[in-house]
Design a protein around this ligand. Structure first.
Ligand code: NDP
Length: 399
């Protein structure tokens, strides 16, 4: 059906490649390109069957990207490298008139700031070029955004309160490790909290607001209010939302390590001089921390991510909870990666499938909740991320 170029051979790229390779009727040709070609070759060899071609590319170098895209001629570029590369890859897509999909919004290297403004600014140029950009097609953002669109379409006349709850109750056996790229992860969780209330953003100190939340099959876990990028697009696309918050669970051990890392300056994003060489502390830290892609082997337990929604249906108040629980062990058995890479890579594959099937294809730049959620929700059940829904239950959220 179509040709896909995947950029980024990390944990998420591995899952995308595995999942696409298993669907030759949709993904007829696949190329995996990354900064280090040997990582692409290793993944391609594990998958076997000559399903994956590989290439080296520096995704911050637009001419290199353009050359690769012109040579391979994909229908869609799937960006699962790092958020820093979103804009150069979008530039290369514009130049070659190729559609684009990613899982994380652009972030400048010198400022830990998650905003869609840089990517939304491409709207007119993508529209004029007749190509599609699908933004934020991982789990959160991604599935959580589609869950919200699905709830708005089938369960509510008006969504008023949205709480996205993200629990990782897994145990990888390490004293400290991050579940996806350490640099991006630590930048995300150490920034100030922020949530939407009555038409404006309320800022909080990092981890200032927290409460125990019960997760299905897992039980109560302390959950911390943090800012997460899908809140920005969801409150724009669903203007009846009065309050939107994002909660993530952290263990005490993780938070203690994080506090020490911050206190000793290792989370710094400003370059410092070390033995005559400029280094960025958080990038050095990444080099010594466990590689998230290698955590899978001994990872046990579950992730549980969902949307807890309150709103109106037929003039009456209603609550709705939609979620997925994913087992790290099952994810590892299938793809050799842990659950966080899996829950991100599967939706990216499904988003690419939606594009190639023409179901999510229109000129311009879109967040995933702007497309029809139904076919995507159906494929989640088929490809390893089945969802559950509970209506009129106690959401355990105070409003
Ligand atoms: P990894 O660090 O494991 O992988 C990133 C890959 O990108 C690496 O293989 C790296 O190559 C490659 N890369 C980095 N810079 C460049 C460059 N300049 N040119 C080419 N390739 C480059 O990260 P993850 O797989 O854990 O995460 C991938 C993406 O998924 C991130 O953007 C992350 O924010 C996002 N994500 C989204 C989630 C969601 O639910 N929406 C959840 C989790 C992650 P090399 O190895 O050679 O350095």
């Amino acid at each position: 059906m179509g040709k896909v170029l995947i950029i980024g051979a990390g944990g998420v790229g591995t899952v995308v490649a595995y999942k696409m390779a298993a669907l030759p009727e949709v993904f007829s040709e696949i190329m995996l390109a990354s900064r280090t070609k040997s990582k692409c070759d290793e993944i391609a060899n594990k998958i076997g069957g000559n399903r994956i071609q590989t290439a080296q590319v520096d995704a911050e170098n637009v001419p290199q990207l353009v050359e690769l895209i012109r040579t391979f001629k994909p229908d869609l570029v799937v960006n699962v490298a790092l958020p820093y590369q979103d804009l150069p890859i979008m530039d290369a897509c514009l130049e070659t008139e190729t559609s684009y999909l990613d899982t994380a919004n652009y972030e400048p290297k010198d400022e830990a700031k998650y905003e869609y403004k840089w990517q939304w600014a491409y709207q007119n140029r993508f529209k004029e070029a007749g190509i599609t950009a699908i933004l934020g097609c991982g789990f959160d953002p991604g599935v959580t955004s589609v869950y919200t669109a699905y709830a708005a379409k089938h369960h509510f006349d008006e969504i008023n309160y949205l709480d996205i709850v993200d629990c990782n109750a897994g145990d990888h056996g390490k004293a400290f490790a991050t579940n996806f790229n350490p640099e991006i992860n630590i930048r995300e969780v150490t920034q100030k909290g922020k949530y939407w209330k009555d038409g404006k953003w309320i800022e909080t100190e990092p981890h200032e607001i927290h409460k125990p939340v019960n997760y299905p099959e897992i039980g109560p876990k302390e959950s911390y209010l943090i800012y997460h990028e899908e809140l920005e697009s969801l409150v724009k696309n669903f203007p009846t939302i009065k309050q939107a918050r994002f909660w993530m669970t952290f263990g005490q051990e993780y938070l203690t390590h994080l506090r020490v890392i911050q206190n000793i300056g290792m989370a710094g994003i400003e370059p410092i001089m070390y033995e005559g060489k400029e280094i960025v502390p958080i990038q050095f830290l990444k080099a010594v921390l466990p590689n998230p892609g290698d955590l899978g082997e001994n990872y046990t337990g579950w992730t549980s991510i969902g949307c807890r929604i309150k709103g109106l249906k037929d003039g009456k108040e209603k609550t709705y909870y939609v979620y997925n629980n994913c087992s790290h062990e099952v994810a590892y058995k299938e793809t050799g990666t842990q659950g966080v890479s899996y829950t991100t890579g599967v939706p990216a594959m499904i988003g690419a499938m939606m594009y190639l099937k023409g179901l999510w294809k229109k000129p311009g730049v879109f967040n995933v909740e702007e497309f029809n959620p139904d076919p995507f929700m159906a494929e989640l059940n088929v490809h390893g991320l089945p969802w559950n829904e509970v209506e009129n239950t106690d959401l355990e959220m105070d409003y």
